[in-house]
Design a protein around this ligand. Structure first.
Ligand SMILES: [Zn+2]
Length: 408
């Protein structure tokens, strides 16, 4: 009973600290009076919490000219440049690591080819690369607050257990725990597409809305759904497998075992296969069989090549069908699309939009922007978003306050 009460008091403290930190982060520079007003916390609590956050260097005072002139008012902002963390993205072929500060400055970055194929080898390769990266680019005096990793596949974002990823034969791998133990740092692991949807919401193309959907087309097709500013999660903490919506019952067999999934026609490999198939039939095109990749297909489409345009319009049509279903189900304020095929967005987007207009509720698609995602060339932004979320929800904030000694 006593323990329960203590836990409860701690939890309330953590929730209140997080609420104050969030306000300072989102609305700062902000005065203590305003924080009390917006958070509805007692002014004395706000004073106490802000004193603690300042003592741990998480927020700082800045003098602001009062709008009425006269006395300079003291406001609070978050301290961003002193806290650093590593964000990693495990891709299909490349491991990308970035050292960031909390304002989003990339202080260092490396990209290495991944030559392993099995879970244990991958985990070891990741940890060794992280170790060398930290040795090379950070110093003892630097405040490293976390390591975040994103990868494709099914991940439990709460526990950081990778439930399944076909690429490296990973199954029930407690990746966050392994990293946390090895580096003695908080570690976060998440699905890359869901993490990128969160990154776009925090810092990118969907930062102006609470409900948005990011569709990512690469080796497969996936999505991340933002609902009321949070990643929408299903029962096993994963949702948004748009790639396995059936769009053609007579279509090809998908790796999931079903037939005619979106992914069998909308993925980089599937698009390249389609173009190669038409070329082998002798269709006219500026593309030659040897140089077919997504980039050359997009360039050809942009130059008016009929074959490339026809394939990409068809891709847009299928994507549009699946997106229309998402629009009907989730009524988002914005749809973001990420993938190399967006290099031909003037061909792709009209085809998508036409489908969405014909297959979703008029009031849902009226004024619905369908646009390119912002962080297509920054794969580690997803990891950044995981760290930001842990700070804003209070869990990482609490760990920082527990492990750092307060300075006065
Ligand atoms: Zn499938």
């Amino acid at each position: 009973m006593k323990n329960g009460q203590i836990a409860n008091v701690d939890l309330i403290k953590q929730v209140n600290s997080a609420a104050v930190y969030r306000l300072v982060d989102l609305q700062g520079p902000i005065s203590r009076v305003k924080i009390a007003e917006v958070s509805q916390l007692a002014p004395a609590s706000v004073t106490k919490i802000t004193r603690q956050l300042i003592a741990h260097g998480l927020i700082k005072e800045v003098a602001q000219q009062a709008s009425t002139g006269g006395r300079r008012a003291i406001s609070l902002t978050t301290e961003k440049s002193k806290f650093h963390f590593v964000a990693a993205k495990i891709g299909r072929r490349l491991l990308t690591l970035s050292l960031y500060d909390l304002s989003g400055n990339e202080l260092a970055g490396v990209q290495l080819p991944i030559q392993v194929t099995e879970q244990d080898q991958l985990v070891e390769f990741l940890c060794q690369t992280l170790e060398e990266f930290l040795q090379q680019y950070t110093s003892k005096s630097q405040k490293i607050i976390a390591i975040a990793v994103t990868l494709s596949g099914l991940v439990n974002p709460q526990t950081g257990v990778v439930l399944y990823t076909p690429r490296y034969k990973m199954k029930d791998c407690p990746l966050a725990e392994i990293i946390a133990k090895r580096f003695d740092l908080p570690a976060y692991v998440g699905n890359d597409t869901r993490a990128m949807a969160l990154a776009e919401h925090y810092f990118g193309a969907s930062s102006d809305c609470a409900d948005s959907i990011l569709i990512s087309i690469h080796h497969g097709t996936g999505s991340g759904i933002m609902s009321r500013g949070q990643v929408f999660l299903g029962s096993n903490r994963n949702v948004g497998e748009i790639g396995h919506i059936q769009i053609n019952p007579l279509g090809k067999r998908c790796h999931c075992g079903n037939y005619g999934c979106l992914e069998t026609v909308v993925s980089n490999e599937a698009i390249i296969d389609q173009v190669k198939h038409y070329l082998s039939e002798g269709r006219a095109s500026c593309l030659s069989d040897q140089e077919v990749d997504i980039n050359s297909i997009c360039q050809a489409a942009n130059k008016g090549d009929a074959l490339a345009i026809s394939v990409l319009s068809n891709v847009g049509k299928y994507l549009g069908q699946a997106i229309a279903i998402m629009v009907n189900l989730f009524n988002p304020e914005k749809i973001l699309i990420a993938g190399e095929i967006m290099a031909a967005e003037q061909v792709l987007l009209p085809a998508i939009k036409q489908c969405v207009e014909h297959q979703s509720l008029p009031s849902f698609h009226a004024n619905l922007p369908i646009i390119a995602a912002q962080f297509q060339k920054q794969p580690t932004m997803g990891g950044f978003a995981l760290v930001k979320r842990a700070l804003l929800d209070g869990s990482l904030l609490q760990l920082i306050m527990e492990t750092s000694t307060a300075q006065r």
